[in-house]
Design a protein around this ligand. Structure first.
Ligand code: GAR
Length: 201
């Protein structure tokens, strides 16, 4: 049986698209994206899920009223759908220890830097690339790691370095990191862990 994957998103969803495309190309033979969950009803990622025919749900922290209620709702949706592996693909909400403890080595996250540089609370999206340019690093990249109770602190699975160019803006750097690292690493990691789960069932 294939590993059942839920992809959690908040925004544009280019990493979700990379996963969908990789699955369609047969590059995630041990896994299947069974659902997409967004914490933001306006996320374009939801449209990508719709176009791919993948069921999608919105769980908003605001509507749930508290972090605990939000996570209980999320947990319920994942359980009902028999999810084995959760992939955070541009999911901009930090999950508590209570939640991550229920999914040991079963949550993956993609972060747009070479951890431990430019990571932890406050480092997300474009801010990460702004910080990298401000510090003047010549190399940055992306990291896929398992998620535990420490923000961006779980065991590292894959990393890839990307060059910073002299005229880079946060936007051009973000795009290069996505194209040269994120969109390759995340499907690769999804297959690695899906295979491990499927084989140890
Ligand atoms: C990606 O660059 C992802 O690595 C980053 O947000 C972007 C989402 O883009 N995630 C984080 O910063 C998490 N700390 P996407 O919605 O197009 O995939």
């Amino acid at each position: 049986m294939k590993t059942r994957i839920a992809v959690l998103v908040s925004g544009g969803g280019t990493n979700l698209q990379a996963l969908i495309d990789a699955e369609l190309r047969g590059e995630i033979p041990h896994g299947e994206i069974v659902m997409v969950v967004s914490n933001n009803s306006g996320a374009y990622a939801l449209e990508r899920a719709r176009q791919a025919g993948i069921p999608a749900a919105v769980v908003s922290k605001k509507e749930c009223g508290s972090q605990a209620a939000f996570e209980a709702r999320l947990q319920g949706i994942l359980e009902i759908n028999g999810v084995d592996l959760v992939i955070l693909a541009g999911f901009m909400s930090i999950l508590s220890e209570g939640f991550t403890k229920k999914w040991p080595n079963r949550i993956l996250n993609i972060h747009p830097s070479l951890i431990p540089a430019f990571c932890g609370e406050g480092f997300y999206g474009l801010h990460v690339h702004e910080a990298a340019l401000e510090r003047g690093v010549k190399l940055t990249g992306a990291t896929v790691h398992f998620v535990n109770e420490i923000a961006d602190g779980g065991p590292i699975l894959l990393q890839k370095a990307v060059e910073v160019l002299p005229d880079d803006t946060p936007e051009t750097l973000q795009r290069r990191v996505m194209e040269q690292a994120e969109w390759q690493l995340l499907p690769q990691a999804a297959e690695m862990v899906s295979r491990q789960i499927a084989e140890n069932r």
